[in-house]
Ligand binder design. Structure first.
Ligand SMILES: [Fe+2]
Ligand SMILES: [Fe+2]
Length: 168
């Protein structure tokens, strides 16, 4: 924030700021996922995290594409929200002893991450459309759809198997 005036003046400024926020978040998620892959025991969960790591790299590229389309520099701004979600994920999983309970904890943490991403992409898509940037909105919608699909898959894995195993 500047000394003489505030940095975010228009909806366009806010759009760019939020794009930089999700850019930071996606990069932090890319760093966190390998740790979650290591910790997961269930092979399907492990494979799911591996797949989402690949998708996350694609999300970073798509966000870079949106910066380019919008004619602004691709850079990050700190996002304390995702840092907090990932820090808590790490703390909780470090405190769980039983491997099957750990899988349930990892799913819960991963879904908190997905929901954060979904709220950001939902907002960015709405603002892009408002700003007349349907080109940007279409690219962002691809990321949103993958986050939603991942979230649904995690729910399905938890309810069909992981939670049952954790409760045994
Ligand atoms: Fe993502
Ligand atoms: Fe994600």
């Amino acid at each position: 924030m500047g000394f003489f005036s505030k940095d975010i003046k228009t909806l366009d400024d806010l759009f760019v700021h939020t794009l930089r926020d999700i850019y930071y978040a996606e990069k932090q998620i890319e760093k966190a996922l390998p740790k979650m892959i290591d910790k997961a025991t269930d092979p399907q969960l492990k494979a799911g995290f591996e797949k989402h790591l690949g998708q996350t790299r694609g999300h970073i590229e798509r966000v870079e594409e949106v910066f380019e389309l919008h004619g602004v520099k691709a850079k990050t701004v700190n996002c304390p929200a995702i840092d907090g979600i990932l820090e808590e994920a790490d703390d909780v999983s470090g405190d769980v002893d039983d491997k099957e309970v750990l899988d349930a904890a990892l799913i819960a943490s991963a879904q908190a991450v997905e929901h954060y991403e979904m709220t950001r992409y939902g907002t960015l898509i709405a603002w892009a459309k408002q700003l007349g940037r349907t080109d940007c909105a279409n690219v962002l919608a691809k990321n949103l759809r993958e986050e939603q699909a991942t979230d649904r898959k995690l729910t399905e894995m938890a309810e069909s198997k992981i939670n049952l195993q954790a409760a045994e």
